[in-house]
Design a protein around this ligand. Structure first.
Ligand code: DX5
Ligand code: ZN
Length: 217
């Protein structure tokens, strides 16, 4: 399957959001990754529902919404209505994760589960078949532009094994510090979707950078 690229709008110029979304529309990006931070689950606040709606208004690519928030069940419907196609919640933020996943699916969205760098992939064993996408955090969530954590490779390999052993169709997404240097090894380890924020938006030619990531396999 071709590599999917999900540029993170968090690294874009918020004063020119429409222009940034149009740039992504014109690129080979597969999704637009939308990072929601509440200042509680993570030590930073990004933006919320109205800004997600504004992005969706111009987006021609599906929105991949990453909820770094406590008690995400309260907001699933609002983000779905705002235009989320994939809704990803954090394993660490959900007491009844199975119920949360079913809730996302009932809204007609794809269900993602993100795991922090300290969370073992084995913890997903009993519900992996229900998850459309696992977002493996390769940085501690909360900020763009952080350094990639090398332990991610072995986590991705383990997760790929788990998915294969269950015959599941779960996609593996990598989020944090992804660039052209680590992307080939991540794909080799089993990644399907690469999120890239600062690497794409700090590039002088983001469309070309997205194309370069896209042609990796
Ligand atoms: C981190 C976010 C990431 C971040 C990625 O908390 O979930 O999606 O925006 O940005 P880079 O690629 O700059 O690490
Ligand atoms: Zn993210």
């Amino acid at each position: 399957m071709p590599t999917k690229i999900a540029p993170s709008i968090l690294a874009s110029d918020f004063a020119n959001l429409q222009k940034e979304v149009e740039m992504l529309n014109a690129s080979q990006a597969d999704y637009i990754h939308v990072d929601i931070m509440d200042g509680v689950f993570v030590p930073n606040i990004s933006f919320g529902i109205p800004v997600t709606e504004a992005i969706a208004k111009h987006a021609k690519k599906p929105l991949d919404v990453h909820l770094m928030i406590v008690d995400p069940d309260r907001y699933l419907e609002a983000f779905r209505n705002a235009g989320a196609e994939i809704i990803t919640v954090h394993y660490e933020a959900c007491t009844h994760l199975h119920r949360t996943i079913q809730g996302i699916k009932q809204l007609g969205a794809k269900a993602g589960v993100a795991i922090n760098p300290h969370t073992a992939v084995d913890l997903l064993e009993d519900l992996i078949e229900d998850i459309d996408l696992v977002c493996v955090m390769s940085v501690n969530p909360g900020f763009g532009g952080q350094k990639f954590i090398e332990n991610t490779y072995q986590k991705v390999k383990k997760l790929k094994k788990l998915i294969m052993s269950k015959g599941a169709k779960t996609q593996i997404e990598i989020d944090g510090g992804v660039n052209l240097q680590n992307a080939p090894d991540l794909l080799k380890a089993g990644a399907d979707v690469l999120v890239a924020g600062s690497f794409v938006f700090s590039s002088p030619k983001p469309i070309d950078t997205i194309a370069e990531l896209k042609q990796l396999y």
